[in-house]
Design a protein around this ligand. Structure first.
Ligand code: HMG
Ligand code: MG
Length: 306
C-alpha cells in the first residue's frame, strides 16, 4: 500500500447522475441546497446538472436555474454535461466553467443515448471541445459501457481504449471510464488498466466511474488505486438507484468511498458527517432509501464508539 497515492480526488456526480434517475421531481431550490451542502462537506468537484434535451432527462430541465443559484461556492469546481452545440450555448449563458462531453465504447448505446453513431459522436464533439477550450472552459470526456453494454453485452478493452484515446486527442483534460451498468469485477478492472497502460494511455488523465449494481464498485476502486488512478466519481448516498429498474443502480456512494479511503490513510478533503447531512437534503425528498451503507449506518449509529 506504500506505493499508493495519498491524495484522492472525488468527482461528486450525485446532483447529475444520481438525480437524473429519480422518479420524484426535486425542486430547484432543493437541488441548490444539496450542491451547497456537498461543497460545505468539502467536495471540490461537483457535477451539477446537464444541458441535455429536457425531454430526454426531465429531472434536469432546470439546469440554468440551478446554476443561477450557485454563484459563490469558493474553491469548488462545478460542471455540467453537454451533448451538443445547443447544450454548449446553454452552458455558456449559465457561465459554466467546466463541461463534460459523453459517448461510449459501444455504438448501440451511443445511438440510444444521443441519437447518433459512435463515430458520428466523435466527429461532432471535436468542434465543441475545441470551442470550449478556446473559451477557457475545462472539458472532461466520458466513455460509457467500457466493461459491458446493455445492448451489446461484453465489450473488449480495445473498444473503450480507442474511444478514450480519441477524447484525449480531441483535448479533453480528463476522461472518465464508465461502468454504466455496474458489471465490472476487480479482475476486469485490473485487466482493462493493464491493457490501457500497455496502450500508453496517460493514467494521470483518467478517472474511474463505477455504478454499484452488483456490489463491486468499491473493490474496483481499490484496483484503480493500486494501479495509480487518483480520480474517482461517486454519488452522495449512492443516489440514483431505481428499485423498479433492474440495471439502473446508483453510482458508488461517496460516503462509502470516503469512509474506506480515510481508513486506508488517504486524504479526500471531505468531512463525512457533513456529507451525511448533505445526503439528508435529498433523502427526505425521494421515494426510496438511499443505498449508501455508511449513510444508513450513520442514521442508526450517528458516531462509532471511541
Ligand atoms: P435529438 O432529438 O436527436 O436532437 O436529441 P436534435 O438535434 O434532432 O434536435 C431536436 C430538438 O431538440 C430541436 O428543437 C433542438 O433545438 C432541441 P426543435 O427545433 O425541434 O424545437 N435540442 C435541445 N434542447 C435543449 N438542449 C439541448 C438540445 N439539443 C437539441 N442540448 C440529444 C439529441 C443529444 C439532444 C438528446 O438525445 C439528449 O439530450 N440526450 C441526452 C441523454 C442523457 O442525458 N443521458 C444521460 C447522460 S449519460 C450517462 O448518464 C452516463 C455517464 O454517467 C457515464 C456512465 O455511467 O457510463 C456520463
Ligand atoms: Mg453514470
Amino acid at each position: 500500500m506504500n506505493s499508493m497515492p495519498q491524495l484522492v480526488e472525488i468527482v461528486e456526480v450525485g446532483p447529475r447522475d444520481g438525480l437524473q434517475n429519480e422518479r420524484v421531481r426535486i425542486a430547484t431550490a432543493t437541488k441548490v441546497h444539496f450542491v451547497k451542502a456537498l461543497a460545505e462537506a468539502g467536495l471540490r468537484r461537483i457535477e451539477v446538472s446537464s444541458f441535455v434535451h429536457p425531454k430526454a432527462i426531465p429531472q434536469l430541465a432546470d439546469a440554468e436555474q440551478v446554476f443561477a443559484g450557485l454563484t459563490e461556492l469558493g474553491q469548488c469546481r462545478l460542471s455540467a454535461l453537454v451533448p451538443n452545440e445547443k447544450g454548449l450555448e446553454r452552458a455558456l449563458v449559465a457561465h459554466v466553467s467546466e463541461i463534460a462531453v459523453f459517448t461510449a465504447a459501444t455504438d448501440t448505446f451511443v445511438r440510444h443515448n444521443i441519437h447518433e453513431s459512435l463515430s458520428e459522436s466523435l466527429v461532432h464533439f471535436g468542434p465543441i471541445v475545441t470551442r470550449a477550450i478556446g473559451l477557457g472552459i475545462r472539458v472532461r470526456g466520458y466513455v460509457s459501457t467500457v466493461f459491458g453494454c446493455p445492448y451489446e453485452g461484453k465489450v473488449s478493452p480495445q473498444q473503450g481504449i480507442a474511444v478514450v484515446r480519441s477524447l484525449l486527442d480531441m483535448g479533453c483534460a480528463e476522461v472518465s471510464i464508465g461502468d454504466t451498468i455496474g458489471v465490472a469485477t476487480p479482475g476486469d478492472v485490473a485487466r482493462w488498466l493493464d491493457r490501457a497502460r500497455a496502450a500508453g494511455l496517460p493514467f494521470e488523465r483518467l478517472a474511474l466511474h463505477f455504478h454499484d449494481t452488483r456490489g463491486t464498485a468499491l473493490a474496483n476502486v481499490l484496483i484503480g488505486l493500486q494501479q495509480g488512478i487518483t480520480v474517482f466519481d461517486s454519488s452522495a448516498g449512492g443516489l440514483g438507484g431505481c428499485p423498479y429498474a433492474p440495471g439502473a443502480s446508483g453510482n458508488l456512494a461517496t460516503e462509502d468511498l470516503v469512509y474506506a479511503l480515510h481508513g486506508m490513510g488517504y486524504d479526500t478533503g471531505v468531512d463525512l458527517d457533513k456529507l451525511v447531512e448533505a445526503s439528508n437534503v435529498i433523502a427526505n425528498k425521494i421515494d426510496h432509501l438511499l443505498p449508501s451503507r455508511y449513510f444508513q449506518a450513520a442514521r442508526v449509529t450517528p458516531c462509532l464508539p471511541a
